[in-house]
Design a protein around this ligand. Structure first.
Ligand SMILES: [Zn+2]
Length: 344
């Protein structure tokens, strides 16, 4: 009986060693330790043994069973560890591989320019105002000293829904609307960026839709020198600290006097070159002191209050700043064009 137990032990341990997976181990467990297994059988036959031998064989059978059991458990842990290690090895990340680039969008250059202009004027105490793109004839023209028969309306032909409703031709109606809200009490200090529309044939410098930023300052004793100071601070913030501005007489129905504002050419520093057409200056915006009639129409006493207004084209600013040669690039959404502004 001793030999039989010894034999069983050796067989079982050999099979445990050979087992390649948990399933094979399970089979060994059932075969040797199960209720119908050979060891149970040996224990059943103990009744035939003498009283002296019985406890010895019983003890040996228990030892053999424990040994096989512990061998199976040890092997099980080893197999599981190996399986986890194999899985980890298979799924390991090669940190030396190049990464996959993430495709990110970018701000549109016009948005970037609007935000930069806003920053410059917010720093000067202005706030941002907005208004509707579908505007009434009154706010788009009449409240800005452009009555129905005014010849300057010809330069701003637009898209009409009815005789009284149109797509705004400039952002100036926002100024009129904002002044009204203040009910004759200043100061009013705003800039209004937004889309505007004109009936125009599209080419390299014209678009039927474009963007403007206008500014307005109404208070007591606002003078031409205030206008010049504000615009010079803006030009130096937007184009660079070495730039200067000059004012040339001009005409707008809603300002008096009116000026065109030029900034010194950044390419030649004022010497004259191809970019500035040898003048040393580049036209960037129109401005002036608000016409007393416009102030009165918006509820301000023109004897007590004065103010200035200015307006500029966002596309023109962007074209000057980034050296862009065709306004249509802004609207055709060519990814190759837009991708150049990722860091702007
Ligand atoms: Zn130049």
């Amino acid at each position: 009986m001793r030999e039989r137990l010894q034999e069983l032990k050796e067989q079982a341990l050999a099979q445990v060693t050979e087992a390649q997976d948990v399933k094979a181990l399970q089979e060994v467990r059932v075969a040797y330790l199960g209720k119908k297994g050979p060891i149970t059988e040996v224990l059943r036959g103990m009744g035939k043994l003498s009283a002296e031998e019985r406890p010895l064989i019983g003890q040996m059978a228990n030892e053999v069973r424990d040994e096989i059991k512990s061998a199976i458990e040890t092997k099980e842990v080893a197999l599981e560890t190996a399986a986890v290690e194999a899985k980890l090895a298979k799924e390991s990340i090669d940190v030396t591989l190049p990464g996959r680039p993430q495709k990110t969008g970018a701000r549109h250059p016009l948005t970037a320019v609007v935000e930069e202009v806003e920053d410059a004027f917010l720093g000067l105490g202005f706030s941002v105002a907005e208004g509707p793109e579908v505007e009434t004839d009154y706010y788009n023209f009449e409240a800005l000293n452009l009555p129905k028969d005014h010849p300057a309306r010809d330069m701003q032909d637009s898209f009409y829904f009815t005789d009284e409703l149109l797509l705004r031709t400039h952002t100036s109606p926002v100024q009129a609307r904002t002044m009204e809200k203040f009910e004759g009490r200043g100061p009013v200090k705003i800039i209004c960026p937004g889309k505007v529309f004109r009936r125009d044939d599209d080419d390299a410098t014209h678009s039927h839709q474009f963007m403007q930023i206008e500014g307005l300052f109404v208070d007591k004793n606002v003078r031409m020198s205030d206008l010049k100071g504000v615009l010079e601070a803006f030009a130096q913030s937007f184009f660079g600290p070495d730039r200067s501005i000059r004012l040339r007489p001009s005409f707008f129905p809603f300002t008096e006097p009116s000026v065109e504002v030029d900034v010194s050419c950044g390419m030649c520093g004022g010497e004259g070159c191809r970019v500035c057409k040898n003048t040393g200056w580049i036209e960037v915006l129109g401005a002036g002191l608000i016409h007393p009639k416009v102030l009165e129409m918006s509820g301000f006493d023109s004897k007590e209050y004065s103010g200035f207004a200015f307006g500029m084209g966002v596309e023109r600013l962007a074209m000057l700043k980034y050296d862009i040669d065709d306004i249509r690039h802004f609207y055709t959404n060519d990814v190759r064009f837009l991708a150049q502004f990722k860091r702007v």
